[in-house]
Ligand binder design. Structure first.
Ligand SMILES: [Zn+2]
Length: 123
């Protein structure tokens, strides 16, 4: 999957992280591109292609980078790039800041009219 296609699948808050992900293959000779890049449990999950599947040192380094990317994405709002948290009570689990979460939450939930705004009830 090329970078442009990937960027279109995610919110712009993660763009700089994704840009970084796409530089790994240029920096590590034993990384042969990106096998999978997807949203998983609200985080960015990346699996790099390995040039040598039997080299345990290469495996350790790439696994560490994959893990680090996932942990970073769990703290970055996917929509705006501010500090975010994983929001598990949305139809699609996402990492969002408070503001983006509130907007998304109200998009998917109908807010009942406030009881406090009603006229007093005659009993
Ligand atoms: Zn946000």
């Amino acid at each position: 999957m090329n970078k442009e296609t990937t960027l279109n699948n995610f919110g712009s808050g993660w763009y700089s992280l994704i840009e970084q992900v796409y530089t790994i293959q240029d920096q590590l000779a034993f990384c042969n591109g990106i096998y999978v890049i997807e949203r998983k449990n609200g985080m960015l999950s990346v699996i790099f292609k390995r040039t040598d599947l039997t080299n345990s040192t290469h495996e350790f380094i790439l696994k560490s980078i994959e893990y680090r990317i996932e942990r970073l994405s769990a703290k970055i709002c996917e929509e705006c790039g501010q500090y975010g948290l994983r929001r598990t009570d949305l139809p699609r689990v996402q990492t969002l800041c408070t503001r983006c979460y509130a907007l998304k939450y109200s998009e998917v939930n109908t807010v009942p009219s406030l009881v406090a705004n009603q006229q007093p009830q005659d009993i």
